[in-house]
Design a protein around this ligand. Structure first.
Ligand code: OMP
Length: 235
C-alpha cells in the first residue's frame, strides 16, 4: 500500500528543503511545497525538489477571478504538480476555470494533469474563526457545502480537516480525493491547527492523503518522526 503522507516542507531555504526531501524520500509518499517556499525560491526552487523523483504537491491555494486563476494554473502544471490547491470559496466558475486550464495545459505539454483540490475551511479556523469571515453556519455544514460545489465544478477533491472526512465521503462518494491536513500525532504540538486528529484516526475515517508538516520537519530527527508515523499507519 502506498504511503498516504505528503510532508509539508515549509521553509524559505532551498538547501534545507532539498536536505529534508532527500532524508524523507523513503519515509513519505510525496512532498508538498507551498507559498513560503515558492515566494522565496520560485519555479527553479520547485524543480530542485521535484527533480528528486517523488510526487509533488504544489500548494498555492489559488483564489482570484477565473481568468487569473486559469492563467496561474498553467504555470502550476508546468511545475509538474501531481496535486495542487485552489480555494473553493472562489466559486464554481473559478473552480471550473482552474480545472479546465490544468487539463488543457497538461494536454498541450503531453503531461498528466494535476489533481486540482479545493480548500474548504482552513484547519486553522475553529467555529468562531469561521464565523468571523462570514461562514455563518456550523463548520461541518460549510465544508459540505463547499465540497459539493467543488465536486459539481469538476474538482478532483477537497482539503478539509479530519473531523469532516466521514461526512464528505458520505456526500461525495469513494473517488473524491480527500486531502487532509490538521494531522497531529499524539506526541506533537497542535500549534495553529484548530481542527485536527492523529494520523491513524484520520486514515481510519477515510482520508486519502495526510498532509503533515511540523510534526515531521520540526522533529529533532525528521526521518525518525516520519518512520513513527508510518508505523502508526501500519505501513
Ligand atoms: O492546503 C493545505 O495544504 C492546508 C489547508 C488547511 O486547511 N490547513 C493546512 O494546514 N494546510 C497546509 O498543511 C500544512 C500543515 O502543516 P503543519 O501544521 O506543520 O502540519 C501546511 O503546509 C498548510 O499550508
Amino acid at each position: 500500500m502506498t504511503n498516504p503522507v505528503y510532508v509539508a516542507i515549509d521553509t524559505t531555504e532551498a538547501a534545507r528543503a532539498i536536505s529534508l526531501a532527500e532524508r524523507l524520500k523513503g519515509q513519505v509518499g510525496g512532498f508538498k511545497l507551498g507559498l513560503e517556499y515558492f515566494t522565496a525560491n520560485g519555479p527553479a526552487g520547485m524543480e530542485a525538489v521535484s527533480g528528486l523523483g517523488m510526487p509533488l504537491f504544489v500548494d498555492l491555494k489559488l483564489h482570484d477571478i477565473p481568468n487569473t486563476v486559469a492563467a496561474a494554473m498553467k504555470g502550476v502544471v508546468r511545475l509538474g504538480a501531481a496535486i495542487t490547491t485552489i480555494h473553493a470559496s472562489g466559486g464554481g466558475a473559478m473552480i471550473r476555470a482552474a480545472v479546465d486550464a490544468a487539463n488543457d495545459e497538461a494536454a498541450r505539454l503531453g503531461m498528466v494533469p494535476p489533481a486540482v483540490v479545493a480548500v474548504t475551511v482552513l484547519t486553522s479556523l475553529d467555529q468562531a474563526g469561521a464565523e468571523q469571515v462570514g461562514f455563518d453556519r456550523p463548520v461541518l455544514d460549510q465544508v459540505k457545502r463547499l465540497a459539493a460545489l467543488a465536486q459539481e465544478s469538476g474538482a478532483a477533491g477537497i482539503v478539509c480537516s479530519p473531523l469532516e472526512v466521514e461526512a464528505v465521503r458520505a456526500l461525495c462518494g469513494p473517488d473524491f480525493k480527500l486531502v487532509i491536513p490538521g494531522i497531529r500525532p499524539a506526541w506533537s504540538e497542535a500549534g495553529d491547527q484548530k481542527r485536527f486528529l492523529t494520523p491513524a484516526e484520520a486514515r481510519a475515517k477515510g482520508a486519502d492523503v495526510l498532509v503533515i508538516g511540523r510534526p515531521i520537519t520540526g522533529a529533532a530527527d525528521p526521518a525518525e518522526a516520519a518512520g513513527r508515523i508510518k508505523a502508526e499507519l501500519g505501513l
